[in-house]
Write a protein that binds this ligand. Structure first.
Ligand SMILES: N[C@@H](CCC(=O)N[C@@H](CS)C(=O)NCC(=O)O)C(=O)O
Length: 222
């Protein structure tokens, strides 16, 4: 990546999975970035629901991305990821496997499956297991079952590459979207015992330099 590029600002949280995807993609593309860490409060200066952050993202959630090179401000991890790909992945190293209509749909369908289904189901599992004020086993069981259903689907897809990448061709931004969510399986109280390809893929992803660097930078930003 050219040296004249100014660091983009990634708005993040210490443990939330969504900003980490973006850090992994920035690492992979060699785009310089700084991490600004927020808490989940409504404190005007430090919180995602506070006045300062709401000027960047009126939805009060991270990630958000500010690019001083273009003036673009983005939020929603899917929008941030696709912005980065359009602007900084000129060689298409992390995008769809090819140019055909099927290649593009194959990329998007897995990206949307994570954004609309596996991510939110895991998030709700976490919520009802750890944070909901009153015990609600019906809701917890529902979201656990839904998350496992997503794991079933992912396992079937990963079998095609023998657990090396979600799109069979190579590791792409799709893997970056999934990694931080699947990594939370134990925190969500789930097991990967019935999912050998997910287990293998998670191990391989965790060994990758861009993944390790991204986690380390987010951690240092706290
Ligand atoms: N659909 C959004 C979800 C963003 C999201 O929920 N982020 C979490 C952190 S991973 C957050 O900011 N939570 C703050 C809150 O719940 O108040 C995306 O993909 O960016």
């Amino acid at each position: 990546m050219a040296a004249h590029i100014k660091p983009v600002i990634l708005h993040a949280h210490a443990t939330g999975p969504n900003p980490i995807k973006i850090a992994i993609a920035l690492e992979s593309l060699g785009v310089p970035y700084t991490v600004k860490s927020w808490d989940f409060s409504d404190n005007p200066d430090t919180g995602v629901k506070g006045s300062q952050f709401l000027k960047i993202n009126e939805n009060g959630r991270v990630p958000a991305l500010e690019d001083p090179n273009t003036g673009v401000v983005s939020w929603e991890s899917g929008a941030c990821m696709n912005y980065i790909r359009r602007v900084y992945d000129n060689g298409n190293t992390i995008g769809p496997s090819g140019d055909s209509a099927q290649d593009l749909v194959d990329f998007e369908k897995w990206e949307y499956f994570l954004l609309t289904t596996l991510g939110p189901m895991t998030g709700q599992t976490n919520w009802f297991r750890h944070y909901h004020a009153t015990k609600n086993d019906d809701a917890l069981n529902r979201y656990v079952a839904q998350t496992y259903r997503c794991y079933d689907v992912l396992e079937g897809q990963l079998q095609k590459s023998e657990g090396t990448s979600i799109l069979p061709s190579r590791v792409t931004a799709v893997d970056y979207h999934f990694e931080p969510w699947v990594r939370q399986y134990a925190f969500a109280g789930l097991s990967l015992d019935n999912y050998p390809f997910i287990k293998k893929w998670l191990g391989l992803m965790g060994d990758r330099e861009e993944v390790q660097e991204a986690y380390s930078k987010i951690k240092k930003s706290i």
